[in-house]
Design a protein around this ligand. Sequence first.
Ligand code: ASP
Length: 439
Amino acid sequence: MIKVCKFGGTSMADANAIRQVKSIIEADDSRRYVVVSAPGKRFKDDIKITDMLYRCYNEVVECGNCAKSFKIIRERFVQIVKDLGLTLDIDAILDKTEQEINEKKSADFSASRGEYLSARIVADFLGFEFVDASEVVRFDSHGKLNEDYTDDKVSNRFAKTEKAVIPGFYGKNFQGEIKTFSRGGSDITGSIIARGVKADLYENWTDVSGFLVCDPRIVPEAKVINQITYKEVRELSYMGASVLHAEAIAPVMKRRIPINIKNTFKPQDKGTMIVPNDQYNSAENDSVITGIAGKKNFTVLLIEKSMMNAEVGFIRRVLSVVEHYNVCVEHLPSGIDTLSVILESEQLKDGVLSDMIGEIRENVNPDYIHVIENISLIATVGHGMARRMGTAATLFNALAQANINIRMIDQGSSELNIIIGVANSDYEKCIRAIYNAFN
Ligand code: ASP
């Protein structure tokens, strides 16, 4: 039995948390490969080490060195090593790190050092081998993970290693430069290692006891999801549920390795099991829907043209304009003579929106284009929905009763997901209404 365990920033935040990590690892001999994040927040207004490291990079660019910001980082790591009672020469490691950040002048390199330093300390504390992620995780020249190469590297490297600690969040490209994943990317590293060593289970240890049905800041009594499928998690993570990075699913999905989201500070809680569809046991969940997640600030371009359906290439021409502006399309619900293009408002700043509309007008000559801004998208996810009649009715009834005006509806073809668009000002009310309707 092999388990890969990834510990997030709060599990690394101070010596007490790291002691807790040690007791978890030592409680189960199959917890052989440990992936760690950089120390996160210890209290509400604390600053994550990764954020401090990005500041270091900015300081290097502005002043030629990062002395001021690195001092704070140094103090934190020195304190952790001292409190753990380790003899590791952390000063020497920190000196070298600071010098490299100054010399390399790379945001990715600087940001990656939080995970590197965490892993050095945890390896020493656990008595495990330290294996640098840059040895095994490889990015291509576009900054994309080279999956197959990485998988081979991981499986060869760890075939010889019984127990190891690996820093999350980064790897190396073929030019030898350090590159990071997007924020929260240590989850992806954990998944890659689990795939490469053919783990039986990927345990993702965080500071909550699993995925909640929805954001507890909106619904404080939101329940934990006991079991969920990979695809449902992807939908929820993509739509803003922040427990697990959306890209952490793909690597383990290839080998059907389940993920268990666990709480470092309540290790007895069962957490959430993320499994392939055919391992899903519906008795584990008592509701027809699995989760609700959403994001604010989208813009809808409602394009209307009579006889649109008969015009070959209409949608393609609209989309090629959007592509020209390098903007991602989130959703594309359509009718016979209408097409709604839903885009993230953030990507339409600095005149992009008006230029894009002008170009669409020129390209497809629509009857009109109506722009609706400040829209929130809310996804109600549940792979049981497809087989159950009345789910959509329950949802829409609940929203009508809460007096919420639905601006857009999109049901993915997998019937895993109903996405609705509402005004930003209705966002919280809408999530509460859906939660109450199904729980
Ligand atoms: N430390 C990185 C971040 O704050 C990566 C991670 O924790 O997963 O985003």
